[in-house]
Design a protein around this ligand. Sequence first.
Ligand code: SF4
Ligand code: F3S
Ligand code: FES
Length: 248
Amino acid sequence: MSYDAQFRVWRGDSETGELRDFTVPVNEGEVVLDIIHRLQATQAPDLAVRWNCKAGKCGSCSAEVNGRPRLLCMTRMSTFTPEDVVTVTPLRAFPVIRDLVTDVSYNYEKAREIPSFRPPADLKPGEYRMQQVDVARSQEFRKCIECFLCQNTCHVVRDHEENKESFAGPRYLMRIAELEMHPLDVADRRDEAQEQHGLGYCNITKCCTEVCPEHIKITDNALIPMKERVADRKYDPIVWLGNKLFRR
Ligand code: SF4
Ligand code: F3S
Ligand code: FES
């Protein structure tokens, strides 16, 4: 079924902007990104939107549809009725560059702050052996397409810009958890997660998990196990005594 949809799209830059109304034809089987492209082709040639694969795999087309963080290419028009107004706005937690394009460099900065995988110094190539259960755990986290929808959704930064300095966000706390649980990684990442990357800010609301297009169980499989590891360290009497005696 084809029909004319009512779209409300945010137009503007880092200084100013507004929601503008458009009427755009929709065809059977289309997704929101198709409509944004038709809008660009027919009525708003300078509309800025970031996209690449149109298959839910590059993580570029993240935006908010009716206030919910979504991949534009994976949001089917069939989830709306012809009477609905579909509002498309840029990710709220990151600064707008223009129209639907935001500056996501916060995420790249946080990625750079995490020390990389550290295998034992004497382990030679070919000696890396892992149990299937450990491989599977990493594989779940490695499905991440870096769409940053989880980063945009977490209230710790969505509502508190000032927390960005000290909070890495679910995607990068998950990266730390992946490395911490990796059987061949010898770095102890617990203090770092808690002190430098703000694991304690996470109060397990699970909003990050709800929006993840890869259905990664960010909270249950990464953040909570990481919190348990930090707690074990803090409340283990032997560790506590060791910290008292040997650390300042
Ligand atoms: Fe996107 Fe999920 Fe990766 Fe977060 S964890 S960046 S929501 S794919
Ligand atoms: Fe934020 Fe996810 Fe924790 S939404 S509060 S990082 S569970
Ligand atoms: Fe690649 Fe949407 S365009 S995920």
